[in-house]
Design a protein around this ligand. Sequence first.
Ligand code: HEC
Length: 247
Amino acid sequence: MKRAFFLLGIVFVFLCEACDSGDIEGVSYAYSDKGYVVKLTGTLSGVDSWDSKYAVSLAGFTTGDNYAQTVRSLSPSTPDGTDVSLVLPNLSNNITTVELVITNRLRERIITIARINLDDYSSPRDTIHMEMGTIDVSAFNCLQQGLFNVACIQCHGGNGRSAANLNLTEGNAQNNLVDVPSTKVSDKYRVISGNAEQSLLHQILNEGGEDILHYNHTEVLSSQFKDNLTEIRSLIDEWINKLNFED
Ligand code: HEC
């Protein structure tokens, strides 16, 4: 009997460690009998305004864990007005939310811009679509969508119903905060450009600030943002510290 002999080439096995940059790679392909696929589409601006330690991502999270299980991130050089499409395929069963979110290099959630709860979808056969339309994902707009709209405007809304006469609705928040004197604490400013620590906004949202006002804002923040409290506080501070007095 004739036998063919094959010379086996040397097989190189490349062990690739997960990149620590928290970027593009890192999608989990864990088995799922539900087989969720989430697709985000939108026309995004402000992606390139973020510092390189952050990324604009579509990410899946499990309950109570601030580290994403699976992430797709946009290139930090994505120009304004780009039509983007991000897909998370085959999401495993333990993932409870999929979020358009700012992540850091460790894949931690910094602030969520939009979120879907997978419990709202029972065994979808088709892709779940997150259509964002046209959206600005620069830092201040993330604070608008992910902080003020979520935790503040119920009291600091428009229509003359703003607590402390502070209107934090879209298009008004910046003008109502930046370099505006406090109506409640003399000699303080709501936000002082370039100086987070001296800003009332920082003080009332951080530990030690519980009693500055007649309403405990530290508690407002910590009850809303259980997993990413530290991250959201740092983001507020970074936004304030980057403000330029002349602007
Ligand atoms: C449940 C209602 C409520 C919520 C929610 C709330 N606030 Fe307030 N806020 C108030 C009240 C009431 C005051 C005035 C407190 C006082 O009289 O001492 C105030 C005052 C303030 C002030 C001081 C304004 C000034 O002129 O000194 C800031 C800044 C502020 N809030 C920011 C926020 C932010 C940011 C959020 C969301 C994270 C938020 N608030 C959520 C009720 C609320």
